[in-house]
Design a protein around this ligand. Structure first.
Ligand SMILES: Cc1cc2nc3c(=O)[nH]c(=O)nc-3n(C[C@H](O)[C@H](O)[C@H](O)COP(=O)(O)OP(=O)(O)OC[C@H]3O[C@@H](n4cnc5c(N)ncnc54)[C@H](O)[C@@H]3O)c2cc1C
Length: 547
């Protein structure tokens, strides 16, 4: 029987991809390889995403370079030489520019173009996309590669308009750098970014004042050059290393122990020896993977946290300062565990002051500095390392409208609703790369991005091969997934912290734990199973047949 619906019109593109970071670049490569016509829109004037925007001093990744890199091309893996164990921002940006050139991606990328709206035209079965340049186009599929940490949180301080000094946002750092030599500098924030910035600024500034609301746990990176011999050895075994990462919890090559022992069953001397070895080796994720229950069992967490607090006390000479720097408001790992190069050591310098904003809250910025309830701190420059509207910020900044004209903002008013973090009911043919309720920020994100991109590209292939016009997350499957995500999170200590994982850093944001904590390997298996079952949990609508 013939379908009375008209054939869908031919769209301008098969897929529009929003964002040109790790996610958008690889998505473009995959869909083009599969013969789809695609267009990427990117707000910045270059590719690179996170590594294009975040140019602050000390910016580097906290996953080892050989793992925080694409695995899809063995040739790329072999030819690119990393110089350091944890590369700096310029090196990661150079890598992503190399990828854009090597795979000839630039011709399909529109830079300096922000997508402002994407509306699903139900009759045509197409997404209508609008940009801030007034461009309009249509696409069968819309892939959001907009990033989990791409919308910086604007600083909210009384008196900010009065401050006569310079202000800098770490996530929008001036491209030509900033010379802070001889200046009195303040840093607001003590999260991952601030922990990278502070040691660097302390070396330049005449005086650095760190304004701390919440002390965070940080682990030494033990960064250094990546010797050629070691890199060659890793490259020789890359396939095995990547396979291990793909099946791991965090997307790094650490195997799950065959018979995990609970921390309480590990004799204290043995646990201490393990933690000492990990501390000496450096790396945040491996410390979290040290025992299987560190994020589950309060006693286990306290034992590891107390080990880290001991290290802080041993490093910071002034015992009063050391206590201020010892985190006490949240279990270890429930806020992003930071990686540093001489963070705690920085507080031994004569030109660094730590201000405890819990004891003496900020009153106002003045013309010449910052006043707390206890004192006024004169400043020439103030750096805001105040974080991001994480996970949902970039998505909700676009006027995305699905079936019935319903906006994503309405659909997600009480928090994100997704199936596998890949799609959301009511929004056909819309895909999210590392969307909320996927492992995303709780992993080596390049591994998670590749997994999502591969899954989406395979899905588009399947839809084409089976003449399916629409795919949409089914509401019951979505509800089941969300219940599972919440149950896994609730079995851990993670929801306890006022972290950006729960949106606590953005006033008015619904408090929902936004990442999937079941581990990348198990999650991958689940996604593969869904695909193998003909996209179970999705509603697929066939394309109308021709007369
Ligand atoms: C300072 C910092 C350090 C980090 N370190 C690590 C690390 O060590 N390990 C790790 O795993 N992860 C880290 N991350 C997370 C990092 O974001 C990911 O690893 C990865 O770079 C994300 O890539 P992406 O392509 O998904 O998103 P992004 O790199 O954020 O790229 C998204 C792009 O989309 C663009 N965009 C957004 N909205 C629009 C729109 N409406 N129209 C057009 N363009 C738009 C943005 O301009 C941006 O360029 C870090 C993040 C930050 C901020």
């Amino acid at each position: 029987m013939n379908d009375p619906r008209p054939m869908p019109p031919t769209p301008d593109f098969d897929a529009v991809i929003v964002g040109a970071g790790f996610g958008g670049l690889y998505m473009l490569h995959r869909v083009r390889e599969a013969g789809f016509r695609a267009r990427v829109f990117e707000a910045g004037d270059g590719v690179g995403g996170t590594w294009y925007w975040n140019r602050y001093p000390g910016a580097r990744c906290d996953i080892e370079s050989v793992d925080y890199s694409y695995s899809f091309s063995p040739e790329l893996e072999q030819e690119w030489q990393w110089t350091e164990r944890y590369p700096r921002q310029p090196e990661i940006l150079a890598y992503l520019n190399h990828v854009a050139d090597r795979f000839d991606l630039r011709r399909d990328i529109r830079l300096e173009t922000r997508v402002t709206a994407a509306q699903f035209d139900e009759a045509a079965g197409l997404w209508r996309v609008e940009t801030d340049r007034g461009e309009r186009c249509t696409a069968r599929y819309c892939v959001m590669a907009t990033g989990c940490l791409s919308v910086p949180k604007a600083p909210e301080l009384p008196g900010i308009e009065r401050f006569a000094g310079a202000t800098y946002l770490t996530a929008a750092w001036p491209r030509d750098g900033v010379d802070l030599t001889g200046q009195r500098v303040g840093v607001i924030g003590t999260g991952s970014t601030a922990i990278q910035v502070i040691p660097q600024v302390a070396r330049q500034a005449a005086h650095l004042t760190v304004f701390q609301r919440t002390a965070n746990f940080s682990v030494p990176a033990r960064n250094g050059p990546l010797p050629e011999g070691e890199q060659q050895r890793i490259k020789a075994g890359y396939r095995e290393r990547r396979a291990l990462s793909r099946q791991s919890l965090f997307g790094i090559p650490v195997a799950l122990p065959d018979t995990p022992r609970r921390t309480r069953d590990i004799p204290p001397a043995e646990l201490n020896q393990t933690l000492e070895a990990l501390w000496a080796q450096g790396g945040a994720m491996s410390l979290l993977a040290a025992t299987p229950d560190v994020l589950m069992d309060p006693d286990a967490n306290t034992r590891v946290a107390e080990f880290v607090r001991g290290k802080i006390r041993a490093t910071v000479k002034d015992p009063r300062l050391a206590e201020l720097l010892c985190p006490s408001t949240h279990p270890l790992g429930t806020k992003r565990l930071c990686l540093d190069s001489e963070y705690y050591e920085t507080f031994n310098r004569d030109n660094v002051t730590l201000v405890d904003l819990r004891a003496t809250p900020i009153q106002t910025l003045t013309e010449h500095g910052l006043r707390t309830t206890a004192a006024e701190y004169p400043l020439d420059a103030l750096i805001f390392a105040t974080g991001f509207d994480a996970m949902t910020g970039a998505l909700l900044a676009i006027d995305i409208r699905g079936r019935g004209g319903r906006s994503l903002g309405e659909a997600w008013a009480d928090g994100p609703h997704t199936y596998l973090g890949l799609a959301s009911a009511g929004f056909p043919n819309l895909f999210l790369i590392t969307g909320p309720q996927s492992p995303s920020v709780f992993t080596n994100m390049v591994m998670s991005i590749e997994q999502h991109v591969d899954w989406i590209a395979d899905c588009l292939d399947y839809l084409r091969a089976h003449s399916i016009a629409r795919i949409e997350a089914a509401a019951p499957a979505q509800a089941d997934w969300e219940a599972h995500v919440a149950a896994v999170a609730d079995a851990t200590l993670m929801p306890q912290a006022d972290s950006w994982y729960v949106g606590a850093n953005v006033p008015g944001k619904p408090r929902v734990f936004m990442a999937y904590l079941g581990g990348l390997g198990p999650y991958r298996q689940r996604c593969d199973q869904v695909a193998a079952q003909g996209y179970a949990g999705f509603e697929l609508s066939p394309a109308p047949t021709t007369v």
